[in-house]
Design a protein around this ligand. Structure first.
Ligand SMILES: Cc1cc2nc3c(=O)[nH]c(=O)nc-3n(C[C@H](O)[C@H](O)[C@H](O)COP(=O)(O)O)c2cc1C
Length: 185
């Protein structure tokens, strides 16, 4: 009857193992959420990624007040003064809750090379969280890190996430939006 015993044990294991595994995953997810909250200072481990033309001061402040990490899209405000004013407006509405600025570095989306200028404004305005996207942010990391800015880089696939980790960003976020020829990292 040992086969019956083996079959019984196998059956028990096949039920219990997935339960143990899903519990492990739950704990892992929980610690990821805690890490996110302590890294970015939000109440919830949720990102509202930058939305060109849409994520303005009101939208981002609403996210911040709801405990979510939102981003003003720098590309929506190509004029330096407009970007500065939008950041200041968001600060005045966000009640001290954290928010960030999205810097999309897709050359086709943002004509002219203003990336350094945009980061300088972000740093001067005391913003401590940046979401980069569109291409490799490596060359800008030293200036951002020196100013205590945390960088979330947005990637469309796991291999780019590994590259982003290697160059030293603080976190990655995922997007399914891609352009076929874009080298993301
Ligand atoms: C209208 C629109 C505008 C967007 N603008 C930007 C942008 O300026 N910069 C950026 O990094 N991502 C931008 N995104 C990408 C989003 O932040 C987000 O990563 C993407 O929608 C994937 O999230 P989802 O899977 O929840 O839709 C935009 C997306 C949409 C739909």
């Amino acid at each position: 009857m040992s086969w019956l015993y083996d079959a019984f044990v196998y059956k028990v294991i096949s039920y219990v193992y997935p339960l143990i595994n899903s519990r492990k995953n739950m704990n892992n997810n929980k610690s990821q959420a805690e890490k996110f909250k302590s890294l970015f200072g939000t109440r919830l481990p949720i990102v509202a990624g930058g939305l060109m033309w849409l994520s303005n001061a009101e939208y981002v402040a609403a996210a911040a007040n709801a405990g979510i990490l939102g981003f003003i899209t720098a590309a929506t405000f190509p004029d330096a003064n407009d970007l500065r004013n939008e950041i200041r407006k968001c600060k005045s509405l966000a009640n001290g809750n954290p928010f960030g600025v999205n810097v999309s570095m897709l050359p086709k989306l943002v004509p002219g090379e203003k990336t350094v200028e945009v980061f300088e404004i972000i740093i001067a305005e005391g913003i401590k969280i940046v979401e980069t996207s569109g291409r490799n942010p490596e060359q800008y990391l030293p200036m951002l890190k020196a100013a205590g800015v945390k960088v979330i880089h947005k990637v469309p696939a796991v291999k780019y996430a590994f590259k982003a980790q290697e160059i030293g960003v603080d976190a990655v976020s995922y997007t399914h939006l891609t352009l076929p020829t874009t080298p993301y990292v």
